[in-house]
Ligand binder design. Structure first.
Ligand SMILES: *Cc1c(COP(=O)(O)O)cnc(C)c1O
Length: 371
């Protein structure tokens, strides 16, 4: 029997998400232990010490279900972001909230719009519920940043059946971003019945003065949903906690779909404690600024075409298919991310690590690529 025939039609066509290779897996494969993982845009400083302490303090209560309403974390976020708590939806990672949103507003017969080279999760959650995807062609480099989101193309891709638009700002894997005036005029051009999701997973890292805080538009546009996460700059990727900020009515609808205990107790307290640790966040952003400069310049000096990034990663063009170089780097103990599944078969994406990790990546690259 072929079980594929039993799967719902939308799932039959679905291609699974490919995560970065875990360190433990490569250890088993190549039998060495000094491995550098720069494949999943994780924080090289780890979680905040305050998050660790907060988790230790609740371990004895783990026989109890979490606070399903996330009252305390929502209150802390509400204060931190200056938004009403009713606007906040918590998720098991921001991917969970995006998935909840897709299951709330998309189905067969309607469509979502997102960009070429956009974050892979948009296409998975759209297809999984049987909705169509209309792809907005990315910039070719003549006007906006090459590979970056082209909002003019988004407007053209929007059809009568479109319910949701996904924008990653900055985008992963390109690291490109949209400016305040660009997004402001897009929001005013999009019909109000279409939900515009602005995914700000890397918000805390971006220092460019033209980069907008989409929360500034949350009152003006009831159709705007802003997503953020504790996985990246807050260093809690393994715990899984993220959230959206939206109109309260939208949040209430998403709450119907949300699993009652989608965010676990450890994640709730660790996220709240992380919000209070400004020092750790500052150190994270400072280290990333350094890494972004060092690695971008080192790649340029080696003659690679990089996609200028404002995130905690850089994608660069090898000029040849990336598969063999990715594998050779693995054997040198360095895990990066091939992004052929994003339509960029000659690119690799490297996350920014500690200065030592960045150096080991560059040395590994010099061993396996001769230019
Ligand atoms: C990493 C990332 C996320 C975060 O996912 P979580 O589920 O919160 O870990 C969301 N959007 C983009 C564009 C990302 O790169």
């Amino acid at each position: 029997m072929d079980f594929t025939d039993l799967a719902v039609p939308a799932v039959r066509q679905l291609v699974p998400y490919i995560p970065g290779k875990p360190i433990s897996e490569l250890e088993r494969e190549i039998g060495r232990s000094s491995i550098v993982k720069l494949a999943s845009n994780e924080n090289p400083l780890g979680p905040s010490p305050r998050a660790l302490a907060a988790m230790s303090a609740v371990c004895e209560d783990l026989h109890l279900y979490p606070d399903g309403g996330g009252f305390s974390l929502k209150a802390a976020l509400s204060k931190h972001l200056s938004v009403d708590a009713e606007r906040i939806t918590l998720g098991n990672g921001s991917n969970d909230v995006l998935d909840i949103l897709a299951r709330t507003f998309l189905s067969e017969g309607v469509s979502a719009v997102f960009s070429e080279y956009a974050f892979a999760v948009y296409s998975i959650i759209t297809q999984a519920v049987g909705a169509k995807a209309h792809i907005a062609t990315a910039h070719d480099g003549s006007v906006g940043p090459r590979y970056g989101h082209n909002l003019g193309a988004f407007l053209k891709a929007i059809q009568k059946d479109t319910r949701v638009v996904f924008i990653a700002n900055p985008n992963n894997p390109t690291g490109t971003f949209l400016t305040r005036p660009q997004l402001a005029s897009f929001l005013s051009d999009v019909p109000q019945h279409i939900i515009v999701v602005i995914d700000e997973a890397y918000f805390e890292y971006v220092e460019d003065p033209h980069y907008p805080n989409a929360l500034d538009w949350i009152e003006a546009y009831p159709n705007l949903v802003v997503s953020r996460t504790f996985s990246k700059a807050y260093g809690l990727a393994g715990l899984r906690v993220g959230y959206t900020v939206s109109h309260p009515d939208l949040a209430a609808l998403m709450n119907r779909v949300r699993q009652p205990f989608n965010v676990n107790t450890l994640a709730l307290v660790a996220a709240e404690a992380s919000l209070r640790d400004e020092t750790h966040l500052d150190n994270t952003v400072t280290l990333n600024r350094l890494g972004l400069k060092t690695v971008s310049e080192a790649l340029l000096a080696r003659g690679f075409d990089i996609i200028p990034s404002v995130g905690n990663f850089v994608s660069f063009d090898l000029g040849v298919p990336s598969g063999p170089i990715y594998s050779a780097l693995l054997h040198a103990g360095v895990i990066v991310r091939p992004i052929g599944n994003y339509g960029l078969p000659n690119h690799l994406r490297v996350s920014l690590g500690t200065p030592d990790e960045n150096q080991l990546f560059l040395e590994g690259l010099d061993q396996v690529v001769h230019r």
